[in-house]
Design a protein around this ligand. Structure first.
Ligand SMILES: Cc1cc2nc3c(=O)[nH]c(=O)nc-3n(C[C@H](O)[C@H](O)[C@H](O)COP(=O)(O)OP(=O)(O)OC[C@H]3O[C@@H](n4cnc5c(N)ncnc54)[C@H](O)[C@@H]3O)c2cc1C
Length: 404
């Protein structure tokens, strides 16, 4: 992976207005995070605030009413929100992963362009339906097939996980390209609310990420065939979705870990202040070493995500590079590293805060962080990703340079 000078990303970071808008949404997300988690409910207040601050359209090109925000700006907002409410942050991330499929691949298509303008103008919330009963997290295969009948397309899918499915304004859904297509010959289609029905099949009552409301549904849709994205899903998955998913998810997960370490740090500081008035005066609180270890791991995750952003910036205008094994291995590694490491970080924070971290309702509570963080390794199973990477490593030559 090449790591160019850090100023390369600066132009796409959320400065001034964008950062302030994200901070205002994060304040609302933090206010409702406990209730969202306890009740396992959709974080409506946060999503309303995202819409009010016009943050759902920022990735759309300016000529279509958006703000041209790149992955770095969006990942930074994911981290800001992740520190407040991981479910809200994940909803924001998933929406923008779907936006990236439109922005990167559908710009020559008149319907998709007008749809992007609607996303920006009406702040439409986009959902994703790739997971399918019988296939699980293997998003590069489908059982269901889209049926094209003249100008109309129809699709029925056993979509076992659709985050905020009932709340989305449109769902981008994968299927085989036609009834005789191979499982990996897939397309992605946009269905607008009103063009589909959702019959709930699985309830989302989970350990963490309870606010994403990722229920399972039998999806039945009918729409104009122009709503099928023109590029094969294989290209969309390799050239934008892989990077968008692994970078933006990692931004969210990094945010969860940051908040855990911030809580642990304030616990250690409070203990240090207390010890100044007791017999242990001058002694470091016992959690201080764990805090240093947690800060060290946090920096690793951050560096990894920032390096991935650089790798994407460098490759994004080169289809061959984006589709290369080297790029895929890099993106897979980012996902594996951040999803594994945040668990270690939050465990360290828990050791620091002790029972005050284990209990709910204290300023140092970490239960929600830990539960939310455990979704990261499953969100496309790390075993599946490692299997995919190991196949590529049979032929891909490792980059042996420090700077590429
Ligand atoms: C918070 C959250 C939100 C989500 N939102 C959405 C959404 O909006 N839309 C959507 O479509 N999906 C969504 N998902 C689904 C998700 O991205 C995965 O696709 C899904 O969780 C995978 O299901 P599974 O655990 O049954 O994994 P599977 O991939 O089916 O794997 C099941 C088990 O088999 C093992 N396994 C399977 N294949 C292999 C292999 N090749 N090599 C090694 N081991 C293997 C895995 O270790 C795993 O334990 C969401 C998931 C989470 C956690």
């Amino acid at each position: 992976m090449t790591v160019p000078a850090t100023h390369a990303l600066e132009t796409s970071l959320p400065k001034g207005d964008l950062a302030a808008r994200a901070a205002r949404v994060a304040a609302i997300a933090a206010q409702y995070a406990e209730d969202v988690d306890r009740q396992g409910r959709f974080p409506r207040e946060t999503v309303d605030a995202l819409k009010a601050e016009q943050l759902l359209g920022i990735q759309i090109p300016a000529e279509l009413g958006g703000e041209n925000a790149g992955f770095a700006a969006i990942a930074e907002i994911c981290t800001t929100l992740g520190q407040a409410c991981a479910s809200s942050a994940m909803i924001f991330a998933m929406h923008h992963i779907k936006c990236s499929s439109l922005v990167e691949h559908a710009q020559d298509n008149a319907w998709q362009r007008s749809f992007m303008a609607r996303v920006a103008d009406a702040q439409l919330l986009l959902g994703s339906a790739t997971t399918e009963g019988g296939i699980g997290g293997n998003l590069r295969n489908s059982i269901c097939a889209i049926e094209i009948d003249g100008d109309t397309c129809r699709l029925e899918k056993d979509a076992t996980v659709i985050s905020y499915g009932s709340e989305a304004d449109a769902i981008l859904i994968t299927s085989r390209a036609h009834k005789d297509a191979a499982p990996s010959d897939q397309v992605m289609t946009v269905f607008l609310k009103g063009q589909y029905s959702l019959e709930k099949t699985v309830d989302w009552d989970t350990l963490g990420m309870r606010g994403t409301r990722s229920d399972g549904f039998l999806f039945k849709g009918e729409a104009p065939a122009v709503q099928i994205l023109p590029k094969p899903f294989a290209d969309i998955a390799a050239q934008s979705m892989l990077a968008a998913s692994h970078i933006l998810w990692s931004g969210v997960w990094y945010g969860i870990a940051v908040d855990a370490v911030v809580r642990a740090q304030s616990f250690v500081r409070a203990a240090a202040r207390k010890s100044q008035n007791t017999a242990q005066m001058g002694q470091m609180p016992p959690g201080a070493l764990h805090l240093a270890q947690a800060a060290n791991l946090l920096q690793l995750v951050r560096s990894n995500v920032v390096a991935a952003l650089h790798a994407y910036e460098e490759a994004k205008n080169d289809g061959d590079k984006l589709s290369s094994f080297g790029f895929s291995v890099t993106m897979n590694n980012v996902k594996i590293a951040s999803s594994e490491t945040i668990i270690d970080i939050i465990n360290q924070a828990m050791l620091i805060c002790g029972i005050m971290g284990y209990k709910n309702g204290t300023p140092y509570s970490l239960g929600r962080h830990l539960r939310d963080a455990h979704s990261a390794r499953l969100m496309i199973s790390n075993d599946r990703i490692l299997a995919n990477t190991s196949t590529m490593l049979l032929v891909h030559k490792l980059d042996t340079h420090l700077l590429g």
